[in-house]
Design a protein around this ligand. Structure first.
Ligand code: BDP
Length: 699
């Protein structure tokens, strides 16, 4: 068990379960007209059932007892009600009678629905061992369910902790790796329907003819699995390719170049999805270089792809170099004046929080402030700030926390909470459903994600993109059952570990709303002392603002001496954040600068509470180690040992985070440790002296 099969393992079933499944999986009956997507669905059913039972069911066009029937509305004997409300992507799976025979029906209006329905059928059996007759119905809540690969053309993966890029650009387009197909299968099993192939820090080369041919070859492999290809583009591409004399979006020659380039792309990839753009952000060029707005830039590109049905995803991850205002408020300041100015096929892609994928952030204020602009959620699946692929941190709880955030607490439009999910599905404001993009954690490592448990973050991202209300815990359980074992003991223990894991990381790294205190550049390990970087808003000291008297970033109203970013939320939410007493304690120091003696909800003074949280984080990792050890008899030795090694490192590094952070903050506040707290193992200078050459994912 090296993890390559992900959650699609299909290992031989125990005899009793096989005996339950076999009579209901004797053959696969499919529509006579075939298509690559239908073939993909049938191929997966044969692989799955074949793996479980030892022989794969044959494909036939005659309904017979015990068959799995892939049904479309035109299928003879099909019941119209099966297809009710399934739309273009939904499916229904049920045990019923067709032409007098007892069969299992997978029904959908489209091939795509049959593909998703086939995976759902397989997931059902994998999680319940064929105990109950399948009875499933689902349609996706969001149309765009995308992975963003931060993969460079030389196969380096920015913030990648799972080896090199799976895209072998050099070998493409002629040599196609089996991994591309297996990648597509895994995504299709979750309903992921798009992949941005290259890094947002894009190179002009991606739009040259040779790379378009390479992208087209990948598109051909992914298409039968319902996955469209998108590309990240660099704003100044025509200028850098010396095709134009400027990259000004209002220059007709520039617009004409993008139109012609789009035509060329669509000629090679007829279902090309569109462009993702990082502009005027962290040194990337953009329309501001020509005194044009983000909207003017995005609209110019949008008009180039519009005739082909393409979209532009314009990122809102911007913070300017010259304006020293609070970084957390800059995207809002730049984008809210543009609300309503974007073309219809532009979607603004917003990170979940206002800084940068921290272990915990409040929701990004833009989600509540662009009622006339469709917004796409950007989550980071790869764990840049949460211990790479070494630390076990299940991100389902983090994604869910953001999606469930009520943007207008107490106001609830039409009785329903104004959740972030409802911004994405369009029911809150602008009426257009968008979706979610996840920065992928996939690489050439045999197990795809660096660690076995990081597969769960790919999995939960996809499942929540399909249904943001599916529930992180339910998803953890189904992942554990498919990935390790259906034994209740395994599912209970693994999901319990997962559900507590992200909070543990928050506790030992950034408790109580602290953020951005990681090592410079690579973001590995604690470095709250760093104060010498080129830009103030890259320095940890800028974010925690600890001094002799207190700690935290005052983001309350200007009038109260804060940065004003709490006021970017809708009034009801802003009111909560303006007052430390009503701010959720897990965001306390995000919004407030408080004296070390401030009394927290436990009754402990702030300093003692901070130390308490660091300790709680370390203790939680020790608990995960124990839980994992207890599973040794139930998990294959290879994956058990690999995970145990990582947990051991995580425990050591949690202690390091705790000790280094405490040593540093103590050097600032001069306070004694709370009674009973252990002194840091080493001196602050020892921690400061640590160096990390050649970290993964960084340059
Ligand atoms: C930060 C990463 C950086 C990315 C940037 C982005 O450190 O590597 O390029 O975000 O999202 O999280 O553009």
């Amino acid at each position: 068990e090296d993890g390559y099969d992900l959650w699609l393992r299909y290992r031989a079933l125990p005899a009793a379960e096989a005996a339950r499944l076999a009579p209901h999986a004797r053959a696969i009956v499919a529509p006579a007209t075939t298509s690559p997507m239908l073939d993909a669905a049938i191929g997966e059913l044969q692989r799955g059932v074949g793996g479980w039972l030892g022989t794969a069911p044959a494909r036939t066009d005659e309904v017979r007892a015990g068959a799995i029937v892939l049904a479309m509305p035109a299928t003879r004997g099909a019941t119209a009600a099966w297809f009710d409300g399934l739309g273009q992507e939904g499916y229904r799976v049920l045990r019923t009678r067709l032409e007098g025979q007892s069969v299992t029906v997978i029904a959908a209006n489209t091939d795509r629905g049959l593909l998703y329905g086939s995976f759902a059928y397989l997931r059902g059996i994998a999680t319940d061992g064929a105990q109950k007759a399948p009875d499933l119905r689902s349609t996706p809540r969001l149309p765009l369910r995308l992975l963003n690969h931060w993969d460079d053309l030389n196969r380096h993966v920015e913030r990648g902790y799972a080896g090199a890029s799976i895209w072998h650009w050099w070998n493409l387009p002629d040599i196609l790796d089996q991994r591309y197909t297996d990648y597509a299968r895994a995504n299709a099993s979750l309903g992921i329907n798009g992949a941005v192939l290259n890094n947002v820090n894009a190179k002009p080369d991606i739009l040259t003819a040779p790379f378009i041919a390479k992208a087209a070859a990948l598109a051909n492999v992914l298409r039968p699995y319902g996955i469209k290809v998108y590309l990240s583009v660099r704003w100044s591409t025509p200028l850098e390719l010396k095709a134009t004399a400027t990259a000004d979006p209002l220059d007709p020659a520039v617009a004409a170049w993008w139109r012609a380039k789009s035509d060329e792309l669509y000629a090679a990839i007829p279902d090309f999805g569109g462009f993702l753009v990082k502009a005027n952000s962290e040194g990337q060029p953009g329309p501001h270089d020509y005194h044009r707005s983000h909207a003017e830039g995005a609209n110019m590109l949008a008009r180039a792809v519009a005739p082909h049905g393409g979209i532009v995803m314009w990122r809102a991850f911007v913070y300017s170099e010259d304006k020293p205002t609070d970084r957390a408020r800059q995207a809002f300041d730049q984008f809210t004046p543009l609300d309503g100015q974007f073309d219809k096929n532009v979607i603004v892609q917003v990170k979940n929080g206002p800084i940068d994928f921290q272990p915990r952030e409040p929701v990004h204020p833009l989600f509540g402030a662009m009622p006339r602009t469709p917004l796409l959620m950007e989550f980071q699946i790869t764990k840049e700030y949460l211990g790479f692929s070494t630390h076990l941190a299940y991100l389902g709880t983090m994604f869910e926390e953001t999606l469930r955030t009520d943007l207008r607490p107490g106001i609830g439009a039409g009785g329903q909470a104004a959740t972030v999910t409802r911004v994405l599905d369009g029911t809150l404001d602008h009426g257009q459903a968008t979706g979610m993009a996840g920065v992928a954690n996939i690489g050439t490592d045999r197990n795809w994600s660096g660690s076995h448990f990081d597969q769960a973050n790919w999995y939960v991202f996809g499942r929540l993109a399909w249904n943001p209300e599916a529930g992180a815990e339910a998803i953890a359980r189904e992942w554990a059952a498919q990935t390790f074992s259906r034994a209740p003991r395994v599912v209970d223990t693994v999901s319990a570990m997962m559900m507590a894991s992200r909070e543990a990381v928050v506790d030992y790294m950034t408790p109580l709303g602290l953020h951005h205190v990681m090592g410079t550049g690579h973001h590995h390990g604690p470095a709250p002392w760093v104060d010498n970087l080129a830009r103030p808003d890259w320095n940890p000291v800028y974010y925690h603002r600890a001094d002799k008297a207190g700690i935290g970033f005052d983001r309350t109203a200007h009038g109260k001496g804060g940065s004003g970013s709490a006021g970017q939320y809708a009034p009801a939410l802003a009111r909560l954040y303006e007052d430390p007493a009503s701010t959720p304690e897990n965001l306390l120091l995000w919004f407030h600068h408080l004296p070390w003696t401030y009394t927290t909800r436990s009754g402990r003074p702030l300093w003692d509470e901070l130390v308490h949280r660091y300790d709680a984080g370390v203790t939680a990792v020790a608990a995960m180690q124990k839980q994992w050890d207890s599973l040794a008899p139930y998990i294959d030795p290879q994956r058990h040992a690999d995970t145990a090694q990582r947990l051991k490192v995580q425990h050591r590094e949690a202690l390091w985070w705790r000790d280094a952070s405490i040593a540093y903050f103590q050097s600032i506040n001069g306070l004694p440790l709370p009674a009973g707290a252990r002194a840091p193992a080493q001196s602050l200078d020892d921690y400061k002296a640590l160096k990390f050459p050649y970290p993964p994912g960084n340059g």
